[in-house]
Design a protein around this ligand. Structure first.
Ligand SMILES: [Zn+2]
Length: 310
């Protein structure tokens, strides 16, 4: 797979898409054909979803941690009028990785299309039009003190670091998965080149159960890795031997971007999924002394000062 051209190493300014992006696909749960359009947005807009098919109520839903209404099967956000958008995590991961801080995302249904189950189609679509820098410093959330969220054996840690670093470990009692770890930072193109094509995955018995509930109607071997009790059912196999860990890391990059800004700090997840990722953000925002809203420039200047005085 070829490397992507977008270079985000010098991310200091806010960015949006350079032009409109249109993506056609199917909703994983609804099975409905959906058109999604990413539009450029003004400085400090943030990422906002727009349900174009809803006209009798407020159809705007900002992509923020406190708008999350469901995390069982995917991350779903909603507004006070009960208008929701589901399966936002893979496009949010693409936007976070590409350093896009402002965009309006229109869609004509309740779910972001699943595409091939990864972030790759969103990255490629945005790469076709390019990224536009904007004349305002990028605001970031800098972690100052450790935040730990634990639930059963699942753990999410956010700790101070100079970059947006992500590490995940998963442990499934399945011979095709087992224990896997993956780590990267968002400072270079590692996400695009190593992670973005990792597909979502599920187990056949769960898929059958979800279908009996009228969910997962768009799910197929075209948009997920599906396993039965013993093996992977996709005839083409895996894209990476550790595709499962890579996908969970992809999900984390998307879920954590619901902070509303890129987080400068180290995310470390153990058996973490959408629910605990969101609860970790609730823990973050419940402890305002443990983080600060700043800019990359100020962060770099503070690091230099710290070095000089050390
Ligand atoms: Zn996912």
């Amino acid at each position: 797979m070829r490397d992507l051209d977008i270079n985000i190493q010098n991310l200091v300014l806010q960015q949006t898409v350079a032009d409109h992006v249109e993506i056609h696909g199917t909703g994983l749960h609804s099975g409905a054909e959906t058109i999604l359009r990413i539009h450029p947005a003004k400085i400090d807009n943030g990422i906002v979803f727009v349900r174009k098919d809803v006209s009798d109520r407020n159809n705007l839903i900002p992509a923020l941690w406190d708008r999350v209404v469901d995390t069982q099967l995917c991350t779903v956000i909603g507004n006070k009028d009960g208008v929701t958008v589901g399966t936002i995590e893979h496009i949010m991961a693409a936007l976070n990785a590409l350093g896009i801080s402002n965009a309006m995302i229109e869609l004509d249904g309740p779910e972001v299309p699943i595409m091939d189950g990864s972030s790759r189609p969103f990255i490629e679509a945005i790469e076709r039009v390019g990224v536009q820098t904007q004349d305002a410093p990028l605001k970031v959330i800098k972690i100052l003190e450790d935040i730990v969220y634990e639930e059963d054996d699942k753990v999410v840690r956010l700790t101070p670091a100079d970059t947006a670093a992500f590490a995940i470990t998963i442990d499934f009692a399945h011979q095709s998965i087992g224990r896997q770890s993956y780590a990267l930072t968002l400072d270079d193109n590692a996400f695009s080149n190593e992670i973005s094509d990792a597909r979502t995955f599920g187990f056949a018995h769960e898929v059958n159960y979800l279908r009996s509930l009228g969910l997962c109607l768009g799910g197929s071997l075209e948009n997920a890795v599906v396993l039965d009790e013993n093996k992977i059912l996709n005839p083409e196999g895996l894209r990476h031997q550790d595709e499962f860990a890579r996908h969970k890391l992809l999900d984390a990059v998307g879920d954590i971007f619901l902070a509303g800004h890129r987080i400068i700090g180290a995310y470390e997840g153990y058996k973490a999924g959408h629910a605990v990722n969101n609860k970790a953000l609730h823990a973050l925002f419940a402890n305002p002394e443990k983080w600060t809203l700043t800019t990359i420039t100020q962060t770099a200047a503070a690091a230099k000062t710290a070095l000089a005085t050390a």
